[in-house]
Every structure is written in structure tokens, then in C-alpha cells.
Design a protein around this ligand. Structure first.
Ligand SMILES: Nc1ncnc2c1ncn2[C@@H]1O[C@H](COP(=O)(O)OP(=O)(O)OP(=O)(O)O)[C@@H](O)[C@H]1O
Ligand SMILES: [Mg+2]
Length: 357
């Protein structure tokens, strides 16, 4: 908050975004949760009219006008807030006219509290997602074991048989058995994700993103651009860079495939404050976004794309996202997806403070 004591510390640590505007609807104060919501620093937004900071014709602006006219507090639930950069949030908002302001003539100054509802919905969804993924992994581990053991026997027997066979023509058959057994084993291995637990170091996540960007740029046609919007103040993250590269690469490759040679991919990084992942509340979290302007995830797949073997592509194995999610989960983080035609965003969250990562 840029106002002075006493409640500064309290406001700074609230997850509710708190904004104050003067009678001309110019922003006079904002807390860190407010900055995070608007994705802009206090320095940049203070003194500006709220109407300049939001997309026009907002239900929120209408609510403010109502309170200015009636001088009565107002709470509105499920208000959609459109922000620049195509972002939209669902909020519960409370607007209170500030006492001792605008007495007599003119409208009062206002205090605005904004609570992100989609975040609450997200937490419930996320909890069940993490639960189901954990259950899935147990089933998959059991299945992998059951498949790999007999597969080893099958392959060994085929090799022995191959040695006994005189005719090259018959050896073709044992080759097929061995080849298919290897393919199946690879598939099962990939399904299980990386074997090694992450070897974590303090790394700069931008190096990971840049590595992926250069890898992908080398493979894609000229009609496809990759833009960067990195937050240079981002602290280092405690992570296995090889594994993170794999996770990000899987997500970016999907965008490349969805764009079919033409379009834009945006890599974005931000810091989130007071963010909960899997029941742990983290003070600071890294949010890395991979956005594309492709056709979007087919709606009937959207709820399931993080599961193994779920694919919308004729030749996809449906493992990319489940591996990415597995890696990120092992780092204490989470991947989410929001998609509609023309805009698909994968959001990768990683805790930033030491000890949790
Ligand atoms: N950016 C995107 N735009 C549109 N659809 C997407 C996007 N990312 C993922 N999808 C959909 O989600 C599905 C699952 O993705 P996932 O990476 O898990 O598997 P895959 O790409 O089909 O196969 P694999 O990655 O194993 O080769 C994709 O087949 C596609 O239908
Ligand atoms: Mg993929």
C-alpha cells in the first residue's frame, strides 16, 4: 500500500486485492494482491484512472458508478473483469464509499475489494486433479511392472529363438517380436515419466525457456513466431533444469503442432504472491505461461489432456502433457490450461522460496 501506517502490513499480506480511488476514479492506493491482479506495479498504475487500466465497458465500472451515486456499499458476486492482454477474471467485489470524502458536493472516494472466485474454483478442481493423478500413477506403476516383466521374457525367448534359426526369412519374424517388445518397453518407460528424482539446483527459469525457444525455432517454419515477455526481476528457482526443459518442451511442441506452421507462441513469466498449490500456501510462486493463438484444445478433451494416452492428434501418443505434469508435480508445482479458439494458455506454477522447491 502506498498510504501510510497503521494497517500497511496487514494490507500487504492480504490475498484480497484492495484498491482505493479518489472522486475522479483515479487510483490512490493499491496493495500487492491488487498489483498481482492487475499485473502492474503500484508505481505504474497509481494516479491513473481505473477506466484506463481496464478494458472498456466493465461491469465493475458500472458498480463503481452505482456506489458513487447512492453512497451505499455494494457487493457484487461473479463479476467478470476484462483486463488488457485478453485476460479475464471472475471476481467477487465489494465497493465502499470512503467516509469523510466528497461530503457535500461531488462523488465520494471509494475502497474496492476484489476476490478472485476462479481461484477458489481452481483450488477445488486442482485438488481433485492432483488426487486423481496420484491414484493414476499407482495404477500405472503396477501396470508397468506387470507389462515389463513378461516383456523381458518374451524378448529374451525371441533372441534365443533367433540364434537357433537358420533361415534369414524366419529371422525376420523374431526381429519383429524383438522390435515390438522394445517399442512397448519404451512406451511404458515414457508413461512412467523420468526415472530419476529431480537433481535440483538454483537456476534461472529464463535459461530453460530460452533453451526450449532455440530448440523449437530450429525445427519450425518461418510463419511461426515465438515472442518473449519475461519478468527480469524473477528470482532463481530450485529445480532440475533438464527435466524442466523436457516439461516446457512438451508444452511448446503441442503449441507448434496446433499452429500447423502459422501463428504466434508467447512465453511469459511472472511472480505470483500468496499462491496455493496442492494445499500448500506459498509466499512466492513463479508463473510461466506458454500461450498460442491456435485453434484451441478440443472442448471434449480439455478436462483430460493431462492424463496419459489422451490425444487429439492422429499420431499423438498422448504422453507429452502427462510427463510435463509429472515433472512439475515433482517440483512441488502445477500445470493448468485455459483454452478457447484463438487463445490457449498453459500456466506452469513453481514455488520460488527455498525449502519447498
Ligand atoms: N496448445 C494446444 N492447442 C491445441 N490443442 C492442444 C494444445 N496442447 C495440447 N493439446 C491437445 O492435447 C492433447 C494431448 O497433448 P499431449 O502432449 O499430452 O499428447 P500428444 O501431443 O497428443 O502426444 P505426444 O506429446 O505424446 O506426442 C493433444 O493431442 C492435443 O489434442
Ligand atoms: Mg504433445
Amino acid at each position: 500500500m502506498t498510504t501510510v501506517e497503521p494497517p500497511q502490513r496487514i494490507l500487504d499480506n492480504l490475498t484480497t486485492a484492495v484498491l482505493a480511488v479518489d472522486r475522479g476514479l483515479r487510483l490512490t492506493a493499491i496493495n500487492p494482491a491488487g498489483e498481482a491482479l492487475l499485473e502492474a506495479s503500484a508505481k505504474k498504475v497509481l494516479g491513473h484512472r481505473l477506466s484506463e487500466l481496464l478494458a472498456p465497458q466493465q461491469p465493475l465500472l458500472a458498480a463503481l458508478d452505482e456506489v458513487r451515486a447512492s453512497r451505499q456499499p455494494l457487493t457484487a458476486r461473479g463479476v467478470i473483469l476484462e483486463l488488457p492482454g485478453n485476460r479475464s477474471l471472475t471476481l467477487d467485489c465489494t465497493v465502499t464509499p470512503l467516509p469523510d470524502s466528497g461530503k457535500g458536493e461531488g462523488p465520494p472516494a471509494l475502497l474496492i475489494e476484489l476476490n478472485q472466485v476462479d481461484r477458489i474454483l481452481r483450488l477445488t478442481r486442482e485438488e481433485s486433479l492432483l488426487d486423481r493423478q496420484a491414484a493414476n500413477r499407482v495404477v500405472m506403476r503396477g501396470l508397468a511392472h506387470e507389462i515389463k516383466n513378461p516383456l523381458g521374457g518374451l524378448r529374451g525367448a525371441a533372441q534365443l529363438l533367433e540364434r537357433e534359426l537358420a533361415s534369414a526369412e524366419l529371422k525376420e519374424y523374431t526381429r519383429v517380436i524383438i522390435h515390438e517388445a522394445d517399442r512397448l518397453r519404451n512406451l511404458v518407460d515414457r508413461m512412467m515419466g523420468p526415472h530419476q528424482p529431480p537433481r535440483k539446483r538454483h537456476i534461472n527459469v529464463h535459461e530453460v525457456l530460452e533453451h526450449v525457444r532455440l530448440l523449437v525455432l530450429a525445427e519450425v517454419p518461418a510463419g511461426l513466431t515465438i515472442e518473449r515477455d519475461y519478468d527480469p526481476s524473477l528470482p532463481e528457482v530450485h529445480a532440475d533444469s533438464e527435466q524442466l526443459i523436457q516439461a516446457v518442451l512438451n508444452v511448446v511442441r503441442n503449441s507448434v503442432e496446433a499452429l500447423e506452421g502459422k501463428g504466434t507462441i508467447r512465453l511469459r513469466t511472472r511472480v505470483e504472491r500468496g499462491f496455493t498449490i496442492g494445499g500448500h500456501r506459498h509466499r512466492l510462486v513463479l508463473r510461466a505461461e506458454i500461450e498460442d493463438d491456435g485453434p484451441g484444445v478440443p472442448p471434449d478433451l480439455l478436462e483430460h489432456i493431462f492424463y496419459p494416452m489422451v490425444t487429439g492428434r492422429a499420431h499423438g501418443s498422448g504422453l507429452g502433457l502427462s510427463i510435463a505434469q509429472d515433472i512439475v508435480t515433482k517440483h512441488g508445482g502445477l500445470i493448468e490450461c485455459a483454452s478457447r479458439p484463438g487463445r490457449t494458455v498453459f500456466m506452469l506454477y513453481l514455488p520460488l522460496e527455498n525449502g519447498h522447491g
